[in-house]
Design a protein around this ligand. Sequence first.
Ligand code: GLU
Length: 344
Amino acid sequence: MATTGTLLTSNSPGNKLPRVIILATGGTIAGAAESSTQTGYVSGQMTVAAMLAAVPETNDIARLSGEQLANVGSQDMTFKIMITLAKRINELLADENISGVVVTHGTDTMEETAHFLNLTVKSRKPVVLTGAMRPATAVSADGPLNLFNSVAVAADPQAAERGALVVMNDRIHGAHSLTKTNTTSVETFLSPLNGLIGTVNYGHTRYFRKPFRRHTFLSEFDVDGVATLPRVDIIYACIDMPADLIDGSVAGGARGIVIAGDGNGNMNTATLERAARAAQQGVVLVRSSRVPTGRVGRNVEVDDDRHGFIASDELNPAKARILLMLALLKERSLKDIQQLFFDY
Ligand code: GLU
């Protein structure tokens, strides 16, 4: 895409502000509608330079460069783009002159990319994802302040060693805990699992905690040399769910299946039987939950030991899928894969 490496602010030797790189991928923050009160709009219409032009105040807190890695609504985000993003962030953050990175992204799948980067970025420096719920052309667009706050967090040495972060609506979320909870509200991201990492108010940061799970500089996952990831499907449990969805997934070539189970990772008896058969054939079966908070434990109502299943512990189906895809890049026992779900 265009504008790779564009320098957007003064890089003169006299400018001692922290250097932050904005990697733009699209989303509503770059979205445009025909009028300022219209609900329908198209994601990914503005370049990184245009987004930053809306917040000249960012020049007072950092030296910025922008790169346009993609320009898609995040429903069209792909692992190809995510792998490119992780590799580029690793390159950039290895440069001692760069303090942090901000990724602009649609909110629909932001938690998936955040979780992916949390597992694959090899740096202690801040990696911040941000976006907007309202398009750039809307009344009270939220993107400009989100971008300003994200640059402030990425430029802040205190944000280091907290893994990939999502900064939206004055909150600093950790990649493990956050989830999108509202289709339209600016207060859409919550961190119901383990709480917020901190807050940021007009660039003033406060931190409450560091994530206790492994991430970034402590993660064993590496996308160096990786171009594609193994197929893992998600199947959503419900009353009278058709058990042959499992067979369809296996026939389609899935190496793993995540069940978005009822309650504590449950599914009906017919599906359980097919899932056990798939596990015997070597497909890795992870029980997650369609319930937004709480853990999925081993051997609660389902005999995981007997069937050879994995319990997702705290990861929701979309995040469990990403961990499993990365786990399947190398040969591992079921015991080792289960341990990954406790550690990450
Ligand atoms: N579907 C769009 C996206 O995820 C809209 C959501 C947003 O960015 O807020 O890019």
